[in-house]
Write a protein that binds this ligand. Structure first.
Ligand SMILES: [Zn+2]
Length: 218
């Protein structure tokens, strides 16, 4: 795997601090990236030894009961998933995303965004109104240059794109913060499908791009 999330993103993921949309993309990436999985294991080990060192941590009286409740809850969820869902590891959709979009990218409800670009927004958390934006972009097409108010993770599911940082292939993640400005171009012969998680609106940097943004509302 050539392009991985920043170490700061990996540390946040390990500590459970990432929002659900970001965490889903990192989970999808580490399904095929041993390098990041090892880093996450290391972070978890460091976190565990830090907790061990906190000898004076006061536990609430009902901590153990709460722990047992959580354990039972997670067992029930696992049971429900194993009955309802069968995941396909050979699919181009990572297993982490299959429970939200199924196994087949063509089953997404794509809508027109701009010439050569289709979009599909998938809600992944009703309570927090979190969603992921999927883009399907034709070969040689450009996404207008943009920057962000917050962070952005882009995971490639199919095909490839280039930006000023290099080439991103299926499984790669582009990890951008608010200082980034980038203008990806699809370099594969086939359509490029990628999924984007953001915590702030994208800012397009030209008039035409602003019109694009108002149509796209991403
Ligand atoms: Zn990685």
């Amino acid at each position: 795997m050539k392009n991985c999330p920043d170490l700061a993103t990996i540390i946040s993921y390990s500590s459970g601090a990432l929002s659900k949309s970001f965490a889903l993309l990192v989970s999808s990436h580490i399904e095929k990236c041993d390098h990041c999985r090892r880093n996450i294991d290391r972070c978890c080990e460091m976190g565990g030894s830090f907790l061990d060192a906190e000898e004076n941590t006061a536990l609430e009286n009902n901590s153990y009961a709460l722990f047992l409740d959580k354990l039972e809850e997670s067992k029930n969820t696992e049971r429900q998933l194993s009955v309802k869902d069968t995941f396909d590891k050979s699919s181009e959709v990572p297993v982490s995303l299959q429970r939200h979009i199924g196994r087949d990218l063509s089953s997404l409800k794509w809508s027109f965004l701009a010439p050569g670009i289709k979009k599909c927004s998938v809600k992944i958390d009703e309570k927090e109104n979190k969603h992921l934006t999927f883009l399907k972009i034709k070969s040689k097409k450009k996404i207008p240059e943009h920057s962000h108010l917050g962070s952005e993770l882009t995971l490639v599911l199919k095909g490839s794109f280039d930006d000023e940082n290099g080439r991103y292939m299926a499984g790669d993640i582009a990890d951008h913060d608010h200082t980034s400005r980038h203008e990806p171009v699809v370099t594969s012969d086939e359509d490029c499908v990628c999924v984007i998680a953001t915590d702030g609106p994208l800012i397009f940097n030209s008039l035409i791009a602003n019109i694009f943004q108002s149509i796209a509302r991403i």
